[in-house]
Design a protein around this ligand. Structure first.
Ligand SMILES: Cc1cc2nc3c(=O)[nH]c(=O)nc-3n(C[C@H](O)[C@H](O)[C@H](O)COP(=O)(O)OP(=O)(O)OC[C@H]3O[C@@H](n4cnc5c(N)ncnc54)[C@H](O)[C@@H]3O)c2cc1C
Length: 390
């Protein structure tokens, strides 16, 4: 089978190097980080020292102007550790939030921030979701009101990955709350942690993805210099729509990797475990189930690789990445469900990795635009929904 264009020899060689780094410096600590529900700063600093944080950035910012294949490998290999929280926290920083800073921050601020992002000294997060507005982002209530040469931010954000540990957050806020239509009043601002009024309220208790912190954040008359506005006032929604495609691609990669690695560990188990005198995987019902899931997983890989190549080529991937995101995150959940079932009672025990996979993948159909939102986008593109239909 021909290889996708993004998987160059350099990228493949890099995979081996990164895998070895993870095996020696990260994997031994994962159970502890999972228990603590937080990844220590040493992880980010070690990643930074080795050039693994945002290698796609230019050299002046500490990157290596690396092709996108390197980012794919980083996300995949973090997922293959079987600790998807680690992968989510990484993607939120390196491939979801930092691109906003790179594209939209004022030149006088961009350099210092980005150099911190590649060294691991500046960890980023993105604050879109609020208690009353998740899928319907235009309904956010956080405001950023201009006051002289500052903005005053007030509001609440929730479910923020890296929220407790972040040093810099990109906040989605309304600079013109009364604007009609509502999304035209939305802007993006950067806020650095430690500023009065930026309150990291509490770490949320999740069902899974424990190798990552998820937090609730308040802004209480939090003042930032006007220069912290990202891009232009009122253009926030446009920037989000552009960058959400990359975010959905990263989640598609994560979901595909999850399906692959869960199958990889389930196959040896069902060949080994004997029930009524035979390996449990040889019963036709179970064998066919695994054959079906393996077929879908290979088809998923082919489709995903094609979408990655399209992204690298600069094509508009909105339609196909929306398909990839809902279908692959659904697939990873079906694989995890069957993997637990095939492990029997052991699958329900924490000492078996599939039990963690089962709860870790559950977030994938929900975040980065829920799967229902993906289908809404696709329905609109197929002429099956009104443009303003919820
Ligand atoms: C682990 C985790 C990490 C996260 N990290 C971040 C982060 O870093 N930053 C951030 O800003 N957010 C983050 N989120 C939030 C996530 O993006 C939201 O949870 C998601 O957008 C859904 O919003 P909601 O939870 O408000 O659900 P709601 O919008 O209330 O939706 C509830 C249900 O209704 C469905 N639905 C909504 N609209 C429609 C419709 N028109 N038709 C049919 N069904 C519909 C949804 O799909 C969902 O199933 C994270 C969430 C989780 C679980």
């Amino acid at each position: 089978m021909p290889k996708p264009a993004y998987l160059t020899a350099d990228v493949e060689a890099f995979r081996q190097t990164f895998r070895a780094f993870l095996a020696s410096e990260v994997v031994p600590h994962l159970p502890e980080w999972e228990r603590n529900q937080c990844v220590p700063r040493e992880f980010w600093l070690a990643m930074g020292r080795h050039g693994y944080l945002c290698p796609w950035l230019d050299e002046e910012y500490g990157g290596s102007a690396a092709e996108f294949g390197f980012s794919v490998v980083l996300t995949e290999e973090l997922g293959r550790t079987g600790h998807m929280g680690l992968q989510t926290g990484f993607a939120v920083h390196a491939d979801i939030t930092v691109p906003y800073i790179e594209q939209l921050a004022r030149p006088e601020l961009r350099g210092d921030w980005l150099r911190g992002c590649t060294s691991g000294e500046v960890l980023t997060a993105i604050g879109m979701t609020e208690p009353g507005a998740g899928s319907d982002l235009a309904a956010i209530r956080t405001t950023a009101v201009r006051d002289g040469d500052e903005y005053v931010i007030n509001g609440q954000k929730t479910f923020i990955s890296n929220g407790m540990e972040c040093d810099l957050i990109v906040v989605v806020a309304k600079t013109e709350p009364a604007a009609e239509p509502a999304h035209t009043g939305v802007s993006l601002l950067a806020v650095d942690a430690g500023r009065p009024g930026f309150v990291k309220s509490r770490q949320l208790e999740k069902m899974g993805q424990h190798c990552q912190d998820t937090a609730e954040i308040f802004f209480e008359d939090c003042r930032v210099p006007a220069a912290y506005l990202l891009g232009e006032e009122g253009h926030g929604f446009r920037y989000l729509m552009q960058n959400l495609q990359r975010e959905r691609l990263m989640i598609s990669i994560a979901a595909q990797t999850a399906a692959e690695q869960i199958l990889d560990k389930t196959l040896p188990y069902v060949k080994e475990r004997r029930v009524f005198g035979r390996p449990v995987g040889t019963y036709q019902h179970n064998a066919f189930k695994l054959v079906e899931l393996a077929t879908e997983t290979e088809m998923g890989r082919t489709f995903l690789d094609a979408v990655i190549d399209e992204f690298v080529a600069g094509d508009d991937i909105t339609r196909r990445v929306s398909m990839a995101k809902w279908w692959l995150s659904d697939l990873s959940n079906r694989v995890a469900y069957e993997a637990v079932q095939l492990h029997g009672g052991y699958g329900y025990m924490r000492e078996y990795d599939v039990s963690r996979d089962f709860v870790d993948v559950r977030a994938m159909p929900i975040y980065a635009g829920s799967n229902e939102v993906m289908k809404l986008i696709l329905a609109r593109m197929m002429g099956l929904a009104e443009p303003d239909q919820d």
